[in-house]
Design a protein around this ligand. Structure first.
Ligand code: NAD
Length: 257
């Protein structure tokens, strides 16, 4: 599973799943480029510490994944992109008839359109290098729906569809494209939804975690960012060279129900 000498660009990777994926790829020997839309000292220090921990080159590049030109600039600035992990994502929860149009546009742009722009910029680099892996972090919501998550569900279904198209367009090349579909992982994104859910259902935190979040997952456990990262490492390995155009669920059985 050595990824020594490969360079991975992971969008939205200064927290949560993206950071976990970056750590696992670096642990496997890949040099990594971290990204988010902020440009704080702590973002650059995060990359520095990650590089030191795993003995790889790690840097942080600011780029706002809601903007197509910045998505493409991220890949250009990285210079090399053997492994592209499209992970940046946001969420908003509201019924369709109350869903703010600007939230819809932002979710579609960050969660879906960014994956198109980064892939468009990265595929020529992968072709030049003669090797490439596209790993899109979709969601159980890329395969199933939930009420009040229209934009998120639409974006994640779009990512799954686009992953298949990239796989078909690169099928005869040493490039693969796959999507990972996590169930719930307790990251800042999921944590931020818990207070509203507590208010909505008049529940305490433990009840929300047990009866709303874990209730979706037959395993009654959350996946960890390390497990999502480990799945990404597998998809980048030689063992997965013939796996393309597919989705791998890491959801404790959610989508098997
Ligand atoms: P998170 O909030 O911890 O991470 C989201 C990342 O995206 C952060 O690094 C954030 O800085 C970045 N980001 C947000 N807007 C951005 C922008 N405009 N430009 C660049 N970066 C931006 O959340 P997470 O749970 O780690 O989510 C990561 C991905 O995993 C998302 O695509 C999410 O939809 C997906 N996912 C998460 C879960 C879960 O349960 N946590 C489940 C399924 C899928």
């Amino acid at each position: 599973m050595s990824l020594k000498g490969k360079t991975a660009v992971i969008t939205g990777s200064n927290s949560g799943i993206g950071l976990g994926v970056a750590h696992e790829l670096a642990k496997a020997g890949a040099n990594v480029v971290l990204n988010s839309f902020t440009d704080r000292d702590e973002d650059h220090k995060l990359a520095e510490a990650l590089g030191k921990e795993h003995g790889v080159t790690a840097r942080y590049i600011k780029a706002d994944m809601s903007k197509g030109d910045e998505c493409r600039a991220l890949i250009e600035q990285a210079g090399v992109c053997d492994i592209l992990v499209n992970n940046a994502g946001i969420q908003h929860v509201a019924p369709v008839d109350e869903f703010p149009a600007e939230k819809w546009d932002a979710i579609i742009a960050i969660n879906m359109n960014s994956s198109f722009h980064t892939a468009a910029a990265a595929l020529p680099m992968m072709r030049k290098a003669g090797w490439g892996r596209v790993v899109n972090i979709a969601s159980a919501h890329g395969l199933t729906a939930s009420p009040f998550k229209s934009a998120y569900v639409a974006a994640k279904h779009g990512v799954v569809g686009m992953t298949k198209v990239i796989a078909l367009e690169t099928a005869e090349e040493p490039i693969t494209a796959n999507a990972i579909c996590p169930g719930y992982v307790l990251t800042p994104l999921v944590e931020s939804q818990i207070p509203d859910t507590m208010k909505e259902y008049n529940m305490d935190r433990d009840t929300v975690v047990r009866d709303v979040l874990l209730a979706r997952q037959p395993s009654k456990a959350f996946a960890t960012v390390e497990q999502i990262g480990g799945t990404a490492v597998f998809l980048c390995s030689d063992a997965a060279a013939q796996i393309t155009g597919t989705t791998i669920s890491v959801d404790g059985g959610w989508t098997a129900l």
